[in-house]
Ligand binder design. Sequence first.
Ligand SMILES: Cc1cc2nc3c(=O)[nH]c(=O)nc-3n(C[C@H](O)[C@H](O)[C@H](O)COP(=O)(O)OP(=O)(O)OC[C@H]3O[C@@H](n4cnc5c(N)ncnc54)[C@H](O)[C@@H]3O)c2cc1C
Length: 563
Amino acid sequence: MDKKTIQTDVLIIGGGTAGCYAAITLAEQSDKEVLIAEKADIKRSGCLAAGVNALNAYIVSGNTPEDYLEYVKKDAEGLIREDLVLTMSERLNKVTKHLEEMGLVILKNKDGEYVTRGNRNIKINGENIKPILANQVYSYSNITVFNRVNIIDYIVADNQIIGAYGFHILKNTFYTIFAKTVICSTGGAAGIYKPNNPGLSRHKMWYPPFNTGAGYAMGIRSGAEMTTFEMRFIALRCKDTIAPTGTIAQGVSAPQINGAGELYDKQYGAPTTANRVYSTIEENKQGRGPCFLKTEGIGEKAEEELLKAYLNMAPAQTLKWLERGKGPNHENVEIEGTEPYIVGGHTASGYWVDTGRQTTIKGLYAAGDVAGGCPQKYVTGSLAEGEIAALSALRYIEETTFKTIYKEEQQEYERTGFEAVNKFLHHPEGIYTVFQLEEAMQKVMDEYAGGISGNYGYNQSRLVIAESRIRELRELALRLHAKDCYDLMKIYELLDRLLVAEAVIVHLEARKETRWHSFQENLDFQEKDEAYFLYINSIRKNERFEIIKRAFVGRGVVYEHTH
Ligand SMILES: Cc1cc2nc3c(=O)[nH]c(=O)nc-3n(C[C@H](O)[C@H](O)[C@H](O)COP(=O)(O)OP(=O)(O)OC[C@H]3O[C@@H](n4cnc5c(N)ncnc54)[C@H](O)[C@@H]3O)c2cc1C
């Protein structure tokens, strides 16, 4: 393998929604050298790869950022970081305007106002949203993009970030990248639990299968404090195609009904995101499934709109309707819950950050789905966090006196980073493959840590088994053989997922209540307990997670780390 060493001012890991926007902000506000390292290609990577048809977080006319905060708070049973949600909400409309100026088509009514969908969404022609962001990135001369570079670990000295390691997936090159500051924007984690679909369809999942929790895992390995991994996200989706349901539920006001045609969601408390899944699970458990979105009779025009809308973001659903020869106007749409994901743009799991999105590692920032405490970010919230992180990182560069890294020290970093990776290329071929260990991990998580097969419930006895099995699988994964850099990437993806899985188990165990039905369904403690109105955080030390309980952080506060 070739070895290369790079120096930059700002390293952005993950050129998705938040990462691209952080780079754009840095380029617009400074002449700092910015490097984006992206494991895929920024033109079509991450959550926006296939396009989206709405911006889910927008302050519509008559509403305020405080209203958005209230909505997020209610949806998460109160337990969010208000400082983070408010600072994000305040930027939602500004970043939307910026996206429009970059070329995104946002639908407008005859008065020139954005067309809204519900209270907080606006409609877009979003198939090309990612190429628009990528083109903007490429328009700045001080941004360099490394596509197909998979970042695997941070370089940290005395709890201060100084760079990261990675390798080119196709070119067989190992990179040691030194940076004054790093922004992590690698998205959330899919593929931890056994998915809905088997075999070759297993990647037909809600979240990008290539977002494997690398950012979380790198933070955990480096001793960063993480938060709320127990608040998993389970999407309510169209059966089998795993296409979004919001476009139907809100777009044509289709309610949830059970197999007998009865409306059911109102019987299960407030219509929060978690309760919409929970109510569907309960109806099925009680023998009243399957459940549907009631679309029969919506009319030909509404049906055509849905066929078009799904072509933009989940073509499999449109194809399913066409293949069956029956669209939603003639047949209700069956719904199901997906496997759990860890995703800080929808729930509150991720890095424990200060108000400026700095993690507990000095000079390391987190934005988008990888950052915790701030649910319901979606596209615009991730852009907003990219901006906040970028501005904080710039201030950090201005205010910090950086230690010189001398040649010998640099060579030592290069050597240790390379050796950690190179050993996989020299391991003898073993009896297990990455795929087999990944399947085993997903089965363990499904059966012992609250997956689909157990209706998302778990108890202490099961978690104990889950933790020991996941640790055993990790030992096996550490002995895997890679024949090239593609194999190496697969091994790191597995190792990252296993570490995130362990964090999830430890967090699930620590919250001795049920705060978010289905998302965190503790069968030993089935009620909400106000003694647990606090954040469950963790730091990994000596290969074990230590739990830290942190008190609520309200709005208007500028939260700073105390260590
Ligand atoms: C299917 C789906 C539909 C959605 N629909 C909507 C919608 O209609 N409206 C809305 O507002 N929101 C929607 N969202 C949510 C929104 O898209 C996300 O919250 C947001 O885009 C997340 O941005 P991010 O930057 O955190 O992650 P991403 O945009 O996913 O970026 C993460 C990037 O990191 C890269 N990466 C990962 N690991 C590594 C590594 N080790 N090294 C280098 N690079 C790495 C990935 O390849 C990716 O490019 C949807 C999400 C999904 C999954």
